[in-house]
Design a protein around this ligand. Sequence first.
Ligand code: XMP
Length: 325
Amino acid sequence: MSNKRPETMERITTPALAEAFIDEQISAIKAQVGEKKVLLALSGGVDSSVVAALLIKAIGKNLVCVHVNHGLLRKGEPEQVVAVFRGEMDANLVYVDAVDRFLDKLAGVSEPEQKRKIIGAEFIRVFEEEARKQEGIEFLAQGTIYPDILESGPVKAHHNVGGLPDDLKFELVEPLKFLFKDEVRVVGKALGLPDNMVYRQPFPGPGLGVRCLGAITRERLEAVRESDAILREEFAKNGLEGKVWQYFTVVPDFKSVGVKDGKRSFEYPVILRAVNTKDAMTATVEDVPFALLQHITERITHEVKGVNRVLYDLTPKPTGTIEWE
Ligand code: XMP
């Protein structure tokens, strides 16, 4: 099959166009897989969630979703995947708690590319083990979207479960491969996925692992996760959700002196990042109201264990990148 979006294909901008796309894809999926089983790595990101919802509509329990919790997801994400897909959509969902496995492998590793490699390789290993437990799988569904094929821009594709051994080279099912991100979101809405899943901001494949700088420790990983949850909550309360392109927190691997409860403290800082961009090649910093920054600082320093300072990163891209790593 060609990897070029057909020129006649209309841009999916409305619920009606999304419904038409969904109907068309359901027929195509049924024609491709028949009564056979399909495996999908379901991260809970927009693309894999939309693929899952579409395949559940087409083939029900013949779709086997595998959600690997590697411990590097945002607060509440693994729980939401289970609630939405098992709870609401009655999916055939395998939930794998691999937190200890990943964190043990990552212990003491500080080099960013090495961390990425370990996370990627361990993911394949866990997924492979789950695939081997399943009988009769012949297809692998993936949330590949058109920009992944065009390979444009620096938003790194993470959709392909490449690296599976030869005996697990399944035929691919890629129903979103000609869609742009905004179209995937329209389709996701039409499939009934929750807004916070459909309009989710970009999130690196290696997750919070890139934002917990240096060698990952459980303590600092929790500080990233808890501070990120506070930042997201405050941005939502103050009308910035959906307005700011990407925002998150970072925890570096050094401590500094502060005072807490009248005593000297020696704890980590949290860095806040909030940026706007069109294509992630360049980015500007959001002009967050100072009072809100102060409020977020107050909350993080009081509610997140092991943190005594909060900094706001004022660096555009270039010279910074969006992520810290
Ligand atoms: P940088 O930090 O290079 O990031 O300015 C540009 C955009 O790419 C996102 N990013 C990733 N996305 N898998 C992804 O799908 C990844 O491994 C990955 N790493 C970075 C980053 O969040 C930003 O939006």
